[in-house]
Design a protein around this ligand. Sequence first.
Ligand SMILES: Cc1ncc(C[n+]2csc(CCOP(=O)(O)OP(=O)(O)O)c2C)c(N)n1
Ligand SMILES: [Mg+2]
Length: 288
Amino acid sequence: MSARVGVRLSPTPRMERIKTLLRTERLPHMWCPGCGLGILLKVFAEAVLESGIDPDKHVVVSGIGCTGRIAGYLRLDGYHVLHGRPIPFAVGLKTSRPDLEVTVISGDGDLLTIGGNHFIHAIRRNDDINVILVNNFNYGMTGGQYGATTPPGSRTLTSPYGHIEGAFNVPYLAAALGANFVARWTVLHERELKKAILEMFKVDGFALIEVISPCIIYGDMNSIPPLEMMKKFKENCVIDHDADLSKADLDPTGEKPIILGNFVRRERPSYQTLYSRIIEKARGGRRG
Ligand SMILES: Cc1ncc(C[n+]2csc(CCOP(=O)(O)OP(=O)(O)O)c2C)c(N)n1
Ligand SMILES: [Mg+2]
């Protein structure tokens, strides 16, 4: 066990600032030691504080899963909704309250397996929401079953001899569907991730960040302890903003490079922008 366990850090002004956005009465959190979600929680809280947008205007929507718990730890308006349904909830919220900055933070299973249909149609419509999709390659909360992002060959609770299905290449999928902003970072790339979140807040239209995060369950089943996985992230990551996304599929158990970057920036008008124009026009027409 590390000699640092039990060492108490004296709070820095930065930590104090972040704490203002955390529901500290709910801590300690429920995540496993070695899980990357705590880092994302901290980075997201920092980005909210630096966004220049009143925290009262930020809303976080989560589905079910370990990642889905993030909404409950943030001292922001938050909704913890049905499994697979944070995107339609967020779309309804943003359409009725365009003044809010609506961010979905949820897992790969929630957003792409049970919720995959909502994901593709929200991007097709270009709904003006932010989506942070945490890819830990499995259903972490329920014990590590495989899902739509589990890389072929992985051992999971439901593929003990190795997974034989293909996995979604998330940035490639989102780019092909027409998302206005597409990025991928790992929880080890805190600064780049925070910058990407800040950029995402400014996008009118669908903005997606895939965040790769170690999961102790997935790691254990593939004989990679979480810190080893972090090491792999560090050693195998290649930042290439202009990458050919068709080659950006992932294999955290192997030596394949993990391609990271801010890959797509488009200015397609969002559904909500077009919708408000049409409503204006209809109202103007009636008056005239
Ligand atoms: C309708 C429904 N089906 C199944 C479940 C059980 N369930 C809870 S969390 C979860 C998986 C979540 O996986 P993911 O979204 O990847 O989140 P993670 O825990 O990995 O962060 C499942 C299947 C549920 N709560 N509701
Ligand atoms: Mg998951």
